[in-house]
Design a protein. Structure first.
Ligand SMILES: *[C@@H]1O[C@H](CO)[C@@H](O)[C@H](O)[C@H]1NC(C)=O
Ligand SMILES: *[C@@H]1O[C@H](CO)[C@@H](O)[C@H](O)[C@H]1NC(C)=O
Length: 363
């Protein structure tokens, strides 16, 4: 278990920044000279030794609620006979855009984690030079580039790993209809449906997997785009190549679109409640409750369809008041010839349908 000792870290930081001000900087390869010599401990007193940092893989893929290990290791050339205390810092550049933020700083056996990462991250330290970051309880918005920086004296090397979540992107429209969502409303709509705003990387991946959608939607970076695999008029243009079309950045409050949400695995299950009779929306809510569950959210239905292969040719209520059903094996009388979650939109709440419920694994 790691302990946290900020004081020592701060001292070290002060020392490092002090040094950095007075020492010459070199971009690529830095060779030690006799600075800091004579301090007796394990301080630098050698030359021609070079620090290397490497991540063995460019990306790591995980699921919501799961854990991920972002590899990073450092070593010296030529090899050193004794181990040295280095400072390891992990930082994160969110896939959704924004600034690089601190995740964890460690010095020897001491470590401090920051903000939303507190209590969820650890440095692995399984072997000399191991600086892998172990992250648990992954959230949908943890995706992005994680950078491992190793500092020894004046030498500073880094390497990075991209964290992606396995999941599904789905287009979402407000109950009132087409193009009703400002950026903030879009963010909220995804959250209410058990998901988060999709990143461009996630939308692009879905497009490669065949997502063809003729309405523009917000992405996490504030741009508005739509994925087209079969261009035609008025959708993606005539005679143009397939691709993700972008309207670029739009005004976050003034402009209104649909949204692309991203959902990943569930700690629970989605199922079609076999009703003795069809139900209006209130009866559907009661039926799930009586079954120890709740009406499934749209993001939960998509995750179950995509990640566990849920296939059911019965339309059912969902939490947002829409009626949908998931098809993984397309067949006659179950909608189009491609797999997908079919939607009947938002029927009046007194209409009668089945219902999809969600039961959490914790209950
Ligand atoms: C990420 O998602 C979690 C859980 O939904 C939320 O509490 C947190 O505020 C989000 N973080 C950011 C940076 O949006
Ligand atoms: C659903 O039906 C019940 C009667 O079984 C009725 O009390 C309720 O108002 C109905 N709800 C809606 C939304 O129509």
């Amino acid at each position: 278990m790691m302990m946290c000792c900020l004081q020592t870290l701060l001292l070290l930081l002060l020392r490092l920044s002090g040094l950095a001000l007075t020492a010459p900087t070199t971009q690529n390869i830095f060779f030690y000279h006799d600075f800091l010599s004579g301090n007796g401990n394990k301080e630098l007193h050698f030359s021609g030794v070079e620090l290397h940092v490497d991540s063995t893989q460019p990306s790591v893929s995980a699921v919501r609620g799961g854990s991920a290990t972002m590899p990073c290791r450092f070593w010296y050339e030529p090899e050193l006979s004794s181990q040295r205390d280095v400072r390891v810092k992990w930082s994160w550049l969110p896939a959704a855009g924004g600034h690089e933020t601190d995740v964890l700083v460690a010095l020897g056996s001491r470590c401090h984690s920051f903000g939303a990462f507190s209590g969820r991250v650890q440095l692995r330290q399984d072997f000399p030079g191991d600086a892998a970051l172990v992250m648990t309880d992954l959230q949908l918005n943890d995706t992005g580039r994680y950078r491992c920086e190793v500092v020894d004296g004046l030498e500073d090397r880094s390497s990075s790993v991209y964290l992606e979540l396995r999941g599904v992107v789905f287009p979402y429209q407000h109950p009132r209809g087409h193009y009703q969502l400002s950026f903030l409303a879009a963010q909220q709509a995804c959250e209410e449906q058990g998901s988060t705003l999709a990143t461009f990387t996630q939308l692009f991946q879905s497009w490669k997997e065949g997502l063809n959608w003729c309405s523009a939607g917000w992405l996490a970076d504030g741009t508005v785009q739509y994925p087209i695999t079969r261009p035609r008029v008025p959708c993606g243009g005539h005679g143009l190549a397939p691709g993700v079309r972008s309207y670029g950045r739009r005004h976050l409050q003034l402009h209104h679109y649909d949204v692309f949400c991203f959902s990943s695995s569930l700690r629970g299950k989605v199922y079609y409640l076999q009703p003795s009779h069809k139900m209006n929306l209130t009866e559907a809510q009661q039926a799930c409750q009586e079954d120890g569950a709740e009406v499934a959210k749209v993001g939960q239905l998509y995750a179950a369809w995509r990640l566990t292969g849920l296939d059911r040719c019965d339309a059912g209520w969902l939490a947002d008041g829409s009626v949908r059903y998931p098809i993984t094996r397309p067949r006659r009388n179950c909608g189009p010839s491609e797999p997908g979650v079919r939607s009947f939109g938002f029927p009046p709440p007194q209409h009668k349908h089945g219902v999809y419920c969600y039961k959490s694994a914790d209950e």
